[in-house]
Design a protein around this ligand. Structure first.
Ligand SMILES: [Zn+2]
Length: 166
């Protein structure tokens, strides 16, 4: 099963599911994440937080949250369809997604495969293919985005850098 690719930084083989390289720590070691997005995100964060602070009316909080998220992640369209840009795992619970990543970061592909198969079987997690389209509904501070497939009410947390037009 071709589930490994060379890391773009250290060239060592890394699982395509890894959000960071277990050898050198590169974020998105096998996906085409652009680091320039980091700079834009930093500026967006400042603007976004400012918007949140000045909005103390409850009805404006949700709007300002979306504005903050949009500013922080300019490549993601919140409330609209976004492309999945790299094979990704999505799970109902953020903790499950993190546990799966921990296996990858430990280099334990077998444990990852087994845990993922079980999680998908019980519909706790799902697999997104490159090119799938999802609605982005929320984002958290741990680099995870809450997404939903068109026509479905089920939501999944997935890696932030795998959603959007990179
Ligand atoms: Zn590496």
């Amino acid at each position: 099963m071709a589930t490994e690719k060379p890391c773009k930084q250290c060239q060592k083989p890394v699982s395509i599911w890894a959000s960071t390289c277990p050898h050198c720590g590169k974020v998105g070691p096998t996906s085409s994440v652009k680091t320039v997005a980091g700079g834009i995100a930093a500026i967006g964060l400042i603007i976004g937080l400012f918007v949140m602070v000045i909005s103390d009316d409850g009805s404006e909080v949700r709007e300002s949250k979306v504005a903050a998220a949009t500013a922080l992640h300019p490549d993601i369209q919140f409330g609209s369809l976004n492309p999945i840009n790299h094979a990704a795992v999505g799970c109902h619970h953020k903790e499950r997604l993190k546990a799966l990543h921990d296996y990858i970061n430990e280099g334990d592909q077998k444990a990852f495969d087994d845990a993922l198969a079980e999680a998908v079987f019980i519909r706790e997690c799902t697999l997104f293919k490159k090119g799938d389209k999802v609605y982005a509904e929320d984002v958290n501070w741990h680099g995870q985005v809450k997404v939903r497939r068109p026509g479905e009410t089920t939501f999944w947390w997935t890696d932030r850098e795998r959603v959007g037009a990179y």
